[in-house]
Design a protein around this ligand. Structure first.
Ligand SMILES: O=C(O)CCC(=O)C(=O)O
Length: 390
């Protein structure tokens, strides 16, 4: 589904926080383009990505990456997020399973983030290894996948939404569309260098599809949504993998690897290497996520917040960088088919419970992102219905 490629990350700058806080948190995301770039040559170099800048041996952050002081990251306390043990979620012992399901439900309602252990079947080490080798390729090789077509299903790029970002982010990425029902069609267009990239990344993507199905089935069960064919729709839905590289940065306190944003989909499954950098906003503070070794991080996206009528929270997160260690992460974003109109599940509107969100679809989100409004406000906020009592 090529439309998912429109934003370089296809995430929204949305949040479940109040408008005032929101304005403050998202001010880094969408600045107007800098009035006068030093030179078009310099801008051209920057748009080749941060790996390229590092290879050129820069020792200071170019001005276009420097955030205004109020948006710069401050040291954040490390936080272990809720742990969900898939072994227990699969347990034949009903009480054990019920307890784990309740823990997952609580995590989705409170922080909107949790980590999964005992997930089995997901070969994280091979995925990280091939991603690292891809970003270590010469610039000319990586550049082959750069495209002016932001809808391209395979795309190498930089920053967050490089066409809109006034302040650039310290990130390069490889975006791969891998919708479950279309995997065999798309994989042949993925990079063939490193030689094992297609095999390793497609097998990782498939393992993520299985894990997503298991987690979302549990979430639907926890919410009491048992019918409606949503699972089958999700099987034919969208999946996008963002393979991110955050090189060591000469002045990490002045910039971010990714600005505050939330993800558009149902769930995102995130793999990171041993270098921390993900920060989650709990409504008050930024907390540095410190996952257990081998765990995958999972977060609720905007579509699931809407579908759950606000029971689950899609929260802002961002990425910090550091001066000594390069970091690799892989975010796999899963949702319903792009043309599907998403609103609160009918089961959750029974007994006069008011709907809290307008319907939406991916096209509306993308229109919003490319509009002037999209630069300053938040998508999820634009979908909220203000109730007299809320
Ligand atoms: O690298 C990370 O920790 C987070 C990446 C992320 O937020 C994303 O790709 O949406």
């Amino acid at each position: 589904m090529a439309i998912l490629g429109v934003a370089d990350h296809s995430s929204s700058s949305s949040s479940s926080h109040g408008p005032q806080k929101q304005q403050q948190l998202t001010s880094a995301t969408c600045k107007e383009p800098a009035a006068s770039p030093e030179s078009s040559k310099e801008e051209e170099e920057e748009l080749k990505g941060v790996r390229h800048l590092c290879e050129r041996g820069i020792t200071a952050l170019p001005p276009r990456y420097v955030l205004p002081p109020s948006d710069r990251p401050a040291p954040a306390p490390a936080r272990g997020i809720p742990v969900i043990d898939l072994g227990r979620l699969r347990s034949p012992v009903a009480s054990e399973r019920a307890a784990e399901l309740a823990a997952m439900d609580a995590a989705c309602r409170d922080l909107g983030f949790f980590q999964v252990v005992n997930h089995g079947g997901v070969d994280s080490a091979m995925m990280l290894d091939v991603a690292r080798r891809f970003f270590a390729l010469p610039q000319e090789e990586r550049e082959r996948h750069m495209s002016p077509d932001i809808r391209a299903p395979v795309r190498y790029g930089t920053s967050f939404n490089q066409l809109n970002d006034g302040v650039l982010c310290w990130r390069d990425f490889l975006k791969l569309l891998c919708n479950p029902a279309k995997m065999d069609d798309v994989v042949p267009s993925w990079p063939h260098n490193p030689a094992d990239l297609r095999e390793v990344m497609s097998s990782y993507a498939r393992a993520n599809q299985r894990l997503f199905r298991e987690l979302i089935s549990a979430a639907l069960e926890a919410m009491g949504i048992t019918g409606g064919g949503v699972l089958e729709e999700l099987d034919n839905g969208t999946q996008m993998m963002m393979v991110n590289c955050f090189p060591a940065c000469p002045e990490p306190d002045l910039t971010l690897g990714m600005p505050p944003h939330s993800d558009y989909g149902f769930l995102t499954i995130l793999l990171q290497d041993q270098v921390n950098g993900l920060e989650v906003n709990d409504g008050q503070d930024w907390l540095l996520v410190d996952p257990l070794p081998g765990a995958l991080i999972v977060n609720v996206g905007d579509h699931l917040e809407i579908f759950s009528n606000g029971r689950y929270k899609s929260v802002l997160h961002r990425v910090r960088v550091n001066s000594t260690r390069s970091r690799i992460s892989v975010a796999s974003l899963h949702s319903l088919p792009s043309e599907r109109v998403i609103g609160p599940a009918p089961e959750l509107l029974a007994d006069g419970i008011p709907r809290r969100y307008l319907d939406t679809d991916l096209a509306t989100f993308l229109d919003y992102l490319s509009s002037a409004e999209g630069k300053h406000k938040t998508f999820l906020q634009s979908r909220r219905i203000t109730l007299p009592s809320s």
